[in-house]
Ligand binder design. Structure first.
Ligand SMILES: CC(C)(COP(=O)(O)OP(=O)(O)OC[C@H]1O[C@@H](n2cnc3c(N)ncnc32)[C@H](O)[C@@H]1OP(=O)(O)O)[C@@H](O)C(=O)NCCC(=O)NCCS
Length: 187
């Protein structure tokens, strides 16, 4: 019964095949509750710098409780896409992008992370674009991204997307903050 409930909720219409700038073919789909092992392998493959840029802390391990929260999502207040490659019939997650609505509001936080070998091929921009559009289509008003001030990749993605973005540099040395007003996006 539980499996049926999850299957019914899973928004298969966000699944797509994409080709990256280096010619690699990647499958992008919403995260499923069964993705725990794939997501753990993905986390364990990331460099310290990538983990720091994603979590804004030197997270050593992904604890089971956190892993569960990252895969058991409702696709409404918490939505996540995973990018997947298959090598010798073995699937691996190579990137994820998600938004999580804050409390009982129409405001969400977006995070994105790619495996170190998969950065700078256009995948980050693609996943961010998809998740921002999904958040917009669900009527959310705004989305924020917390980032380290040295995170040029994230700044470049948002500069090139042309979204209405406000940028607040950190005051307490924790993180800079970008906010996008979703309903004001014209493209
Ligand atoms: C930030 C991140 C998501 C960017 O994704 P990506 O796939 O590497 O970026 P893309 O290839 O889509 O590049 C998008 C643009 O940013 C530029 N860019 C990407 N990384 C860059 C970097 N380190 N320095 C300067 N420019 C960079 C690209 O040249 C590209 O510019 P263009 O659109 O003008 O051609 C990825 O590097 C990552 O996972 N970083 C670690 C986690 C993180 O920082 N998450 C953000 C906070 S939640």
């Amino acid at each position: 019964m539980e499996a049926f409930r999850v299957y019914r909720q899973y928004p298969y219409y966000y699944e797509e095949w994409i080709t990256l700038s280096d010619g690699s073919v990647v499958f992008v789909r919403p995260i499923k509750p069964t993705d725990g092992p794939l997501l753990l392998n993905f986390f364990n493959s990331l460099s310290r710098e990538t983990i720091y840029f994603r979590f804004l802390t030197h997270l050593e391990k992904l604890q089971p409780e956190m892993l569960k929260q990252l895969v058991e999502i409702d696709y409404e207040t918490h939505f996540a896409l995973a990018a997947i490659v298959t090598e010798d019939t073995k699937e691996s997650i190579i990137g994820t992008c998600r938004y999580i609505v804050k409390g009982n509001s129409d405001h969400a936080e977006l995070t994105v992370v790619l495996g170190d070998n998969w950065q700078r091929k256009g995948l980050g921009k693609l996943l961010v674009t998809r998740v921002v559009n999904i958040a917009r289509s669900k009527g959310l008003a705004s989305i924020e991204i917390l980032l380290d001030y040295r995170n040029e990749g994230m700044k470049r993605i948002f500069a090139s997307l042309g979204y209405p973005v406000s940028y607040e540099p950190s005051i307490l040395d924790i993180a800079d903050r970008m906010e996008i007003l979703l309903q004001e996006i014209k493209i």
